[in-house]
Ligand binder design. Structure first.
Ligand SMILES: [Zn+2]
Length: 252
């Protein structure tokens, strides 16, 4: 599904619109001209539908040279090992979670907490994946004619990253699980606070403040809906949510 001139949704599971394996997060592709990159890998339960969706848009697998992860939870990073082999792409992830991707540690990734709740299929395992570059706040990632700015947003997980890029004059934020667009119950922006190791409400609060005033047009989150206009209103709803004594609404 084409979202903007050079941005496609090529994977999405049951918390989205069912484009690929049901356990996948949203997987976006940015086409920078002479090369392309995926934002997140999905669960890796079955990468064939994802690869098919890339081909359907006329994008050669060999053009996808980079896989950029928003964080190491298995629904986002579980497919990294398979995609690194199938596409020959390099894998980029936040410094704080690189070791989880490299070791597929079930405790550090939170997989041991998620498995009993049916978030992944029975017997699901993450495959360890080499990390080619560790990212930190303020880094940039070049994908052909586009440059993505890395914004560290720990909270949902210790190494969660958001990526800001300007495409066709629009400011696009890939927000991973840090900000979710879910326009129900009078609220647009939601957080994803987990009752699991790694989630940190204080870090979340500080991270969300860093996303204020970014003038985001297009907000592309890791699950559920995304929005193509005034994405900043979704971010700001979460910023405002942290200005009270109550914990902001969480999609979990
Ligand atoms: Zn997550």
């Amino acid at each position: 599904m084409q979202i903007l001139d050079d941005i496609y949704l090529v994977g999405s599971g049951r918390t989205g619109i069912g484009l690929s394996n049901e356990y996948d997060c949203h997987i976006y592709l940015i086409d920078g001209g002479d090369e392309a990159a995926l934002i997140d890998a999905g669960s890796g339960v079955n990468v064939e539908p994802l690869l098919c969706n890339i081909a359907v848009h006329g994008i050669a697998a060999s053009k996808v040279r980079t896989l950029i992860l928003t964080h190491a939870h298995a629904d986002h990073s579980g497919g990294a090992a398979a995609l690194r082999v199938r596409l020959g792409c390099r894998v980029l992830v936040g410094e704080a979670e690189a070791k989880i991707v490299e070791t597929a540690d079930v405790e550090a990734s939170g997989l041991n907490v998620a498995l009993p709740f049916g978030i992944y299929p029975p017997g699901y395992v993450m495959i360890p994946c080499p990390v080619d570059r560790r990212l930190g706040d303020g880094d940039t990632v070049t994908v052909g004619r586009y440059t993505l700015q890395v914004i560290a947003t720990p909270g949902h997980s210790p190494g969660s990253l958001c990526y800001l890029v300007k495409v066709a004059g629009q400011r696009v934020l890939f927000s991973g699980d840090t900000i979710q667009f879910c326009p129900v119950a009078g609220q647009t922006g939601w957080i994803s606070l987990l009752n699991a190791p790694g989630t940190d409400l204080n870090a979340y609060r500080a991270s969300v403040r860093r996303l204020a005033n970014l003038n985001v047009d297009v907000l592309l989150s890791g699950h559920r809906l995304f929005t193509l206009c005034n994405g900043q209103r979704v971010v700001d709803a979460v910023v405002k949510g942290f200005e009270t004594l109550a914990i902001p609404r969480s999609v979990i």
